[in-house]
Design a protein around this ligand. Structure first.
Ligand SMILES: Cc1ncc(COP(=O)(O)O)c(C=O)c1O
Length: 405
């Protein structure tokens, strides 16, 4: 007897036979899966046959996304999670234990920093932060009990480039796991395993899914045993993604390469354009010749760069307010990787918890903006930025003082 011939009024009826098959991955929202016999279930649990039992433990849509990400990163056995932070957590909490020490990049994504600063120490895991562009600083932070170094390739929002090759060599020498969050750079621009990483993390939410309608993460280790531990941690803590998010995320992945190439080409054009505008004090783009890590960016990223551009307006908070008001058609939203261009103002969002002095040390002033470049026509974007910056730095300021007067 097959599972489909057991239909009743309540249980699922058999799917219609078809000699052809769908071109799109079917969505499988079922939370539970039924088996034929206890023996059949034993065979599944013992790994003699593959099958699903309960969707928190795994489901077809997550496995399809994992297989696609594995192929993109040149890996095997990756784990798809309910968000990028669930992937970061699977690494830090799924692999470390009380008494261990971990070194993180000092400009990690805000919630990763919070894990490092608040949650891991609470659980007896010691943490230090160091500049990932400075191997000597990371070496100085290591302790005998250091088990892991976690960095992002390009920092947010100042777009500094980590010394990935130097850090990989350091970690290899010391027998420490080297973990790279590849969210900003994506496998299109950078493949961490080819540069000595042991574990790679993604927030699929961002460029990979690309439409700001899905939260998903992914983590994969070279070592299958580490993948098993992270998978068990994710399943136990309920960090499994929903089938629908995986289904949407997979749809986003199908166009990822095209979207990334287009967005990064436009980002480069926009960066050069912004640098020529009188209201702009400075522009940060990794592969521009005036970037402090330009040589390293070229070595690691080649021509790819990334889709993020940061720049600083001449002016203060009033100028920043006038700019976002005037930037017609661009979303002022603290995210990245959407099909549409988005603007983020770190001083009022991601970096608001820092003192003005600490922000200044990072170069994050009230005029500082991060742009996640989308798929718009480059000329249209240039026009929007030119008009909005001109309005904000010349005429906009007088509008706003006129309003308040
Ligand atoms: C570099 C990086 N890592 C991890 C995350 C967390 O991803 P998620 O928002 O999917 O939890 C983000 C989110 O912005 C990020 O920028």
């Amino acid at each position: 007897m097959t599972r489909n011939s057991r239909g009743s009024l309540i249980r699922p009826v058999p799917l219609p036979d078809s000699a052809s098959w769908p071109v799109v991955t079917p969505l499988s929202p079922s939370v539970v899966y039924s088996s034929e016999t206890p023996d059949a279930l034993d065979a599944q649990y013992e790994g003699r046959v593959h099958g699903y039992t309960y969707s928190r433990e795994g489901h077809p849509n997550a496995d399809v996304v994992a297989a696609r990400l594995d192929a993109m990163e040149g890996a095997a056995g990756g784990v798809v999670t309910a968000s990028g932070m669930a992937a970061v957590t699977a690494v830090l909490m799924g692999l470390l234990q009380s008494g261990d020490h971990v070194v993180g990049g000092n400009q990690l994504y805000g919630r990763s920093l919070r894990l490092m600063n608040e949650d891991l120490p609470r659980l007896g895991i010691a943490t230090s932060l160091a500049d990932p562009g400075d191997v000597a600083a990371v070496r100085a932070a290591l302790r005998p009990e250091t088990r892991m170094v976690l960095v992002e390739v390009v920092s947010n929002p100042t777009l500094r480039v980590a010394d990935i090759d130097g850090l990989a060599a350091l970690c290899r020498d010391r027998g420490i796991l080297f973990v790279v969050d590849n969210t900003f750079t994506t496998p299109r621009a950078f493949r961490p395993f080819e540069h000595g990483a042991d574990i790679v993390i993604h927030s699929i939410t961002k460029l990979l899914a690309g439409h700001s309608d899905v939260m998903l993460g992914y983590v994969v280790a070279r070592d299958p045993e580490l993948n098993d531990r992270m998978r068990v941690f994710s399943v136990t803590t309920g960090a499994t993604p929903s089938p629908f998010d995986c289904w949407l995320g997979e749809r986003g992945l199908l166009s990822f390469d095209l979207r990334f190439d287009r967005a990064q080409q436009t980002a480069r054009i926009l960066a050069d354009h912004l640098a020529d505008l009188p209201g702009v004090a400075r522009v940060i783009y990794p592969t521009r010749a005036d970037h402090p890590d330009h040589a390293r960016a070229a070595a690691l990223l080649g021509d790819a760069g990334c889709n993020m551009v940061s720049f600083e307006l001449n002016g203060d908070r009033d100028t920043a307010n006038a700019f976002t008001r005037a930037a017609d058609g661009l979303s002022f939203a603290p995210t990245l990787g959407d099909v549409g261009t988005t603007l983020s103002h770190p001083a009022s969002s991601s970096h608001r918890a820092l003192s003005a002095q600490n922000r200044a040390a990072l170069g994050i002033t009230e005029g500082f903006f991060r742009v996640s470049v989308g798929l718009e026509d480059p000329d249209q974007l240039k026009n929007i930025f030119t008009t909005a910056i001109n309005d904000a730095t010349v005429t906009g300021r007088s509008h706003s003082s006129g309003d308040s007067g």
